[in-house]
Write a protein that binds this ligand. Sequence first.
Ligand code: AMP
Length: 109
Amino acid sequence: MNIFEKIVAGKAQCNKVLENDDYLAFYDIAPKARVHILAIPKVCVKDLQSASPDVLKGLCEFTKEVAQTVGLDKTGYRVLTNIGEDANQEVPYLHFHILGGENLKALGF
Ligand code: AMP
């Protein structure tokens, strides 16, 4: 079980931002921006490449709700997802990084 599977199963803690039946958002443990949230489906999918259109559509809609919840929809934000080895994906569980809360120009992404 990877760390995000444990979080979904309630076996590891997270700092939750928003949740519904199918998706969960929580703050990244090592934030790369003033606001850094991860949004995941509750069903484990390895990455965007192997995700179904339905899961991706739902995750996009959920990401917009997360942004509204924390006010990033007003100031702007970036959505990023790593896929596989060359992207240095650490956790093999589809997640969108939602980054904002400051101007992102200086960040090394
Ligand atoms: P990636 O390289 O795209 O797989 O990113 C994985 C992200 O998960 C990193 O930004 C980590 O800081 C974050 N992360 C790892 N473990 C946890 C955790 N227990 N709670 C919140 N974020 C985590």
